[in-house]
Design a protein around this ligand. Structure first.
Ligand SMILES: NC(=O)c1ccc[n+]([C@@H]2O[C@H](COP(=O)([O-])OP(=O)(O)OC[C@H]3O[C@@H](n4cnc5c(N)ncnc54)[C@H](O)[C@@H]3O)[C@@H](O)[C@H]2O)c1
Length: 257
């Protein structure tokens, strides 16, 4: 039980990577509060993790793009947990569209969730973490490092997350808070949706590219096997000297510095 006694807020805990992390942290003995806009799925996943134990899980509805909802949900989460040791901010959105056709509304929605959501959740968490230090892990993307065609708004938003993380790691180190960006490549509903929008030819080309570029397996990873153990380490005591980093967990597809 690597996380016994740890109190963790996970955003985006109703699906994909966040869902798996709620289960993994509880499996390691942590007390988790999961936040998401998907109320039914979020509640079910927290209830299942809670039942499996040995840690605990609860769920609160929260749109990370709303400062008021984030402040209320994180304050309530900290009350339920009796304090806070880590924020794992996973929630994010994307969709594929040619940049020539991208509307201001589409750009703004992606920035509201991915960039403002990072600011709001991090600000709300730091108020509780600063007394005794802790961990913030913000989900960025390889899109923000190498650029993805037809996702320029998403790539720009995730590039912003990387720059934000580097900045607040410098600001909040004085409180004993580490802040890192995670760039995953996992097979999740978000990835399934992106695959479903591709033509058979585009999909074949995409799979060929992944086969060639991902040193390990040549395909997207499995969150439980390939990301969760790393995240358990990152919220635990062993990562206290790692901060401001862009940590790419993508089977060796993207090399960064
Ligand atoms: N899957 C990958 O390979 C991959 C690659 C790069 C980056 N990422 C990033 O990792 C994170 C998780 O990705 P995923 O594949 O699990 O995605 P997903 O779409 O499967 O899950 C995202 C979760 O975030 C929640 N969410 C979305 N908007 C929200 C909002 N406004 N407020 C609260 N919750 C909200 C969704 O309801 C969902 O439960 C995202 O930030 C994504 O950009 C994923």
């Amino acid at each position: 039980m690597e996380l016994a006694g740890k109190r963790i807020v996970v955003t985006g805990g109703a699906r994909g990577i966040g869902e798996e992390l709620v289960a993994a942290f509880v499996h390691e003995g942590a007390a988790v509060v999961s936040l998401d806009v998907l109320a039914d799925a979020g509640r079910q996943i927290a209830a299942a993790a809670n039942k499996a134990g040995p840690g605990t899980a609860e769920f609160l509805v929260c749109d990370v793009a709303s400062r008021a909802e984030v402040n209320a949900a994180i304050d309530e989460a900290v009350r339920l947990l009796g304090g806070l040791d880590a924020l794992v901010h996973v929630a994010g959105i994307t969709h594929q569209i040619d940049t020539e056709d991208l509307t201001e509304e589409q750009w703004d929605r992606v920035f509201d969730v991915n960039v403002k959501g990072t600011l709001f959740t991090n600000q709300a968490a730091v108020r509780h973490l600063k007394a005794s230090g802790g961990r913030i892990l913000d989900f960025a993307s390889g899109a923000g490092l190498i650029g993805y065609p037809r996702q320029s708004h998403y790539a720009a938003s995730k590039g912003a997350v990387v720059a934000f993380v580097r900045s607040v790691a410098r600001e909040w180190g004085k409180y004993g808070i580490t802040v890192n960006a995670i760039c995953p490549a996992m097979w999740t509903p978000m990835y399934e949706e992106a695959r479903a929008r591709r033509s058979p030819e585009e999909l074949a080309a995409h799979d060929e590219e992944r086969k060639a570029s991902m040193c390990i397996d040549g395909r997207m990873g499995d969150t439980q096997r390939d990301l969760a153990p790393f995240m358990v380490f990152m919220v635990g005591a062993g990562s206290r000297f790692i901060s401001g980093q862009t940590l790419v967990v993508d089977g060796g597809r993207t090399f960064t510095r």
